[in-house]
Design a protein around this ligand. Structure first.
Ligand SMILES: NC(=O)c1ccc[n+]([C@@H]2O[C@H](COP(=O)([O-])OP(=O)(O)OC[C@H]3O[C@@H](n4cnc5c(N)ncnc54)[C@H](OP(=O)(O)O)[C@@H]3O)[C@@H](O)[C@H]2O)c1
Length: 344
């Protein structure tokens, strides 16, 4: 259990939201330690990772915001204690946390009551967190603390979208728009591990080079290439599988370049709403699928991919006191891969 003399823990909190200044509202404060309830495990967090979700919350762009809150969905740490009846890994084990709470019994769809750690449930931007012990998994031995902390939310979202929903095989040509996204770097990792051919797009040549070093076969700059969708279609007649989180005009164009019989999986809408051309869908007999987070099975299968053959892309580790700079880097997209916070 926690030492008796402890007077609380350091945590990042949000007290207010603001469309423009949201990322500047993250504050490091002293708060009460959490105590593990029945069936829960207490984890001492060493590293946490940012997701766009945390920035969206600070900007008021997320449903059901409750303040104040401790954000953060990704955590790497060690098991500190177990609550009554909890059956998690032994105290001292290096672990990562599955960020989905209460997925439910059906692999195909989560319950409407399911939640993501980091608002309203306390998040990982804190020295300690108590979560259901079933959400606590030994961290992949092949990864450093930074690499393992980068995995949970982005990894499970990417794995479910690409594999469980998209059914990616080695024969696919996969289009990954906006590869600078934290989640899309994992889609690239998993697609190359499967052996698929991968086309990536990005606003930055530097990010495209990084993606190529991770195995991307074709890299296209959607800012400088006026008709990037034509360049995409020139690759083997277009993608057989698209995994998109940009939404907006990018989603519209991605659907239009997908080849006959292709699949399009969407898990985000960074650019907002998209229009669709029904002709593109019905004439080419396309399948369009939505995907969010991942089931406990998706999470376990995703973790098993990290068998020493692949490593996640980590952009930079910020000190906890630099949380505003970290949030602004995520907000501006000025990074490749995951932005981390060193908690302890
Ligand atoms: N449903 C879920 O369970 C779930 C889970 C995780 C994330 N999401 C959503 O997925 C989205 C991405 O999340 P994230 O954490 O990976 O965000 P992120 O790291 O902030 O990535 C955003 C990326 O979007 C790309 N982008 C911006 N404009 C674009 C355009 N015109 N065309 C193509 N790409 C463009 C940029 O890529 P470049 O820098 O390469 O240009 C940017 O880096 C967010 O909307 C998030 O809310 C949903």
């Amino acid at each position: 259990m926690l030492c008796a003399y402890r007077t609380g823990m350091r945590a990042v909190r949000l007290h207010e939201i603001d469309r423009e200044r949201g990322p500047q509202n993250f504050r490091v404060e002293q708060v009460d330690d959490p105590a593990p309830g029945p069936g829960e495990t207490l984890v001492k967090i060493a590293r946490a990772a940012f997701n766009r979700r945390d920035v969206f919350i600070s900007q008021g762009l997320y449903p059901g915001i409750q303040l104040p809150c401790i954000p953060g969905s990704d955590g790497l740490g060690t098991v500190a204690a177990h609550g009554e009846g909890a059956q998690g890994p032994a105290v001292g084990t290096r672990v990562v946390i599955d960020p989905t709470l209460g997925w439910g019994p059906d692999q195909r769809i989560w319950l409407r009551t399911a939640q993501v750690i980091g608002m309203p449930h306390q998040g990982t931007f804190a020295e300690y967190i108590a979560v259901p012990s079933g959400n606590v998994h030994p961290a992949p031995a092949s990864l450093t603390d930074d690499e393992a902390a980068a995995i949970p939310l982005a990894g499970v979202t990417a794995y479910r979208a690409l594999v469980s929903r998209g059914g990616c095989t080695k024969d696919d040509v996969v289009l990954i728009p906006g590869v600078g996204s934290g989640v899309q770097t994992f889609v690239l990792l998993f697609a190359k591990k499967i052996g698929a051919k991968v086309i990536v797009t990005s606003s930055s040549d530097v990010k495209l080079e990084r993606a190529k070093s991770m195995g991307a076969d074709v890299a296209i700059n959607y800012k400088t290439s006026e008709k990037w969708e034509k360049d995409v279609q020139a690759v083997d007649g277009g993608p057989s599988l698209v995994v998109d989180s940009a939404g907006g005009d990018t989603f519209f164009k991605a659907v239009n370049v997908t080849r006959y019989g292709g699949r399009v999986v969407v898990y985000g809408g960074t650019l907002g709403d998209a229009k669709l051309r029904p002709f593109s869908l019905f004439w080419k007999q396309l399948d369009i699928m939505g995907s969010s987070m991942g089931s406990p099975r998706d999470f376990a299968e995703m973790l098993a991919q990290f068998d020493g053959s692949i490593k996640p892309a980590v952009d930079k580790v910020y000190a906890m006191d630099e949380v505003v700079a970290a949030a602004e880097a995520v907000d501006k997209g000025a990074k490749f891969g995951k932005v981390l916070l060193a908690i302890t």
